[in-house]
Design a binder for this molecule. Structure first.
Ligand code: MN
Length: 213
């Protein structure tokens, strides 16, 4: 922990330590019945909070103590000696982005500008959604399914564990957490059912379009 004034810790991911858990953008029960309040309570209150607590302990007294979250991620990505710091920093970022990718009023049809991008890249909205499900199911073990821009190209990619397209030269548009803690209480082993339900009823296409801008 640095000795600078920490009386006004920011809740933004761009701020340096002490890193704080950003507010959940909705009530814990707002995603029901697709994702239950019990799942959100553990996922946000225990897992996401845990990454924040771990990172603050790990960076205390190090060269990373005064760095913003994205800077820490960029500095430690792919470096074996920085793996623990990268994993916790990236998991903070990924989870904040995941909560923003969901919306109680989400799902349905994408806005027209995004729909056109999806049709151009995948042939149809449904084909794009299927790619996101297939990436989620194909991810062996823990990870994430993402819609990203690589250059001007709309792509679906999957990442393992804490890995994130942000440090791989891509622009994330939306993500779905496919760690078991994201769905096991509600869907047990049925990962595809969870991802399909999220895409049909919760995904925030407007958020994705904003990120593409
Ligand atoms: Mn998670």
């Amino acid at each position: 922990m640095s000795d600078k004034d920490t009386s006004h810790p920011s809740t933004t991911p761009g701020a340096a330590a002490p890193h704080v858990l950003p507010p959940l953008p909705y009530a814990e029960n707002a995603l029901e019945p697709v994702i239950t309040a019990k799942t959100v309570s553990f996922h946000y209150g225990k897992h996401h909070q845990g990454y924040v607590d771990n990172l603050n302990k790990l960076v205390a007294g190090t060269e990373y103590a005064d760095m913003a979250l994205e800077k820490i991620m960029a500095e430690t990505a792919g470096r074996l000696e920085g793996a623990a710091i990268f994993n916790n920093a990236a998991q903070i970022w990924n989870h904040t982005f995941y909560w923003k990718s969901l919306n109680p009023k989400g799902g349905g049809e994408p806005p027209d500008a995004l729909r056109q991008m999806m049709v151009a890249a995948f042939g149809s909205v449904d084909a794009c959604k299927k790619e996101l499900v297939d990436a989620a199911v194909a991810q062996f073990g823990s990870g994430w399914s993402w819609l990203v821009l690589r250059g001007d190209a709309l792509k679906v990619v999957k990442t393992a564990n804490a890995e994130t397209p942000l440090t791989k030269g891509m622009k994330p548009l939306l993500t779905i957490d496919v760690w078991e803690h994201a769905y096991y209480l509600d869907y047990q082993n049925r990962r595809a059912d969870y991802v399909n339900a999220v895409l049909d009823r919760l995904i925030d296409w407007e958020f994705a379009l904003q990120n593409a801008g």
